[in-house]
Ligand binder design. Structure first.
Ligand code: NAD
Ligand code: TDX
Length: 332
């Protein structure tokens, strides 16, 4: 049995990963999570006591981190400040958690010789034109646009330096936009679903022509496990499921699946510096490690996600009003 430390395991993708690991392996999981506004302990309810431990704490706390590294075989690092709109409002926590937090974990990995997998985003590559035939690959130069994506890019570069300079046993993955259960209502898809449930019209930034490359969070989890088990040390793998859709199409699909008129949404102020298009070429991961996504039907995955938000209002309702008040101040 492998003992895993999962940082940020009470967040959206981290909690999906913890459920995936408990269901598909015999590993033991320790979650280290600060429970910021984005973390939710309830996302980890009903996990077996003999397979799962929860520790509330900050990844910037070197003493705490060092102690935890001495008890595990491998670390998967999800914890981050993750929302672009928040990073435009107040960048500071992004520097602390994404840069200093990653540095703190890398130092512990160096001292303990711990296998370390770093979770990152396709946003480090900047954006593409709508008609660009190229997609992002592991060779695309870094060109981040926002405070969020620049701190993620900085954290990736720290990992590369710690591999080369100190021999840290690390891999990196950069994934496209995730959807699925347990995603905070600040993010695009859950915001629109919960708006419709509440009788609020969905809000589309600008013209809604921006393209995101959607992948189900469970497919992200299976890719990360694959890289953890078979990835080559020092390598970066891009994770994506060929799911490019523009935002307008996604909002119209949510409305149709929820029995509303497809044009029952509002155009609101655009995001500053809004990236136009992300698109991932995940050939390296597929060809080298044999990974394949399981959720190939976006409409079916989205319908299941809508069902989850309809059935789990207790989980998301406490954050909804404050989130909408934040957006209202910005005309979004
Ligand atoms: P999230 O905001 O839902 O969750 C982040 C979690 O980290 C929360 O539980 C929070 O409490 C915890 N956290 C924040 N600061 C912490 C700190 N200092 N110490 C300990 N815990 C802390 O984020 P998410 O969407 O699940 O993203 C997880 C990771 O995946 C991030 O690294 C993000 O960059 C990456 N990623 C996200 C997406 C996406 O579509 N959401 C896509 C690609 C990569
Ligand atoms: O209300 C909205 N209306 C809208 O049109 C919101 C919240 C968003 N949008 C647009 C902005 C983006 O083009 O939808 C798209 C998706 O927005 P977000 O959910 O905020 O995601 P994005 O900015 O693309 O970043 C996400 O994917 C990459 C995650 O939040 C990041 O953590 C990850 O790195």
């Amino acid at each position: 049995m492998t003992r895993l430390l999962v940082t940020g395991g009470a967040g959206f993708i981290g909690s999906n990963f913890v459920h995936h690991v408990i269901e598909n392996t015999d590993h033991h999981v320790t979650v280290l999570d600060k429970l910021t506004y984005a973390g939710n302990r309830a996302s980890l309810d009903r996990l077996p006591d003999d397979r799962f431990t929860f520790v509330q704490g900050d990844i910037c706390n070197a003493e705490l981190v060092d102690g935890l590294f001495s008890t595990v075989d491998a670390v998967v690092h999800y914890a981050a400040e993750s929302h672009n709109d928040n990073s435009l409002d107040n960048p500071r926590p992004f520097l602390d958690t994404n840069i200093v937090g990653t540095y703190t974990l890398l130092e512990a990995a160096r001292h303990h010789g711990t296998r370390y997998h770093h979770i990152s985003t396709d946003e480090v590559y900047g954006d593409l034109e709508l008609d660009d035939p190229q997609r992002f690959t592991e060779h695309t130069p870094y060109n981040p646009s926002s405070p969020y994506s620049s701190t993620k890019a900085g954290s990736d570069l720290l990992v590369r330096a710690w591999v080369r300079s100190f021999g840290v046993q690390a891999t990196i993955s950069n994934c496209s936009n995730n959807y699925g259960p347990y995603q905070h209502v600040e993010k695009f898809i859950p915001r629109q679903i919960t708006n419709v449930i509440r009788g609020i019209r969905p809000k589309l930034y600008g013209a809604g022509l921006n393209v995101r490359d959607w992948i189900h969070a469970d497919d992200h989890s299976s890719a990360v496990l694959t890289i953890l088990e078979r990835g080559r040390i020092g390598e970066t793998y891009l994770i994506g499921a060929d799911g490019e859709k523009d935002n307008k199409t996604v909002v119209e699909l949510i409305l149709r699946l929820m029995g509303q008129e497809p044009d029952a949404y509002d155009h609101v102020n655009d995001r500053a510096g809004h990236d136009l298009r992300y698109a991932i070429d995940s050939s390296k991961l597929r060809d080298e490690l044999g990974w394949m996504p399981r959720f190939q039907d976006f409409e079916a995955g989205l319908a299941a996600t809508i069902d989850w938000y309809q059935a789990n209002e207790d989980w998301w309702a406490p954050a909804k009003d404050a989130t909408e008040a934040f957006y209202a101040k910005k005309g979004q």
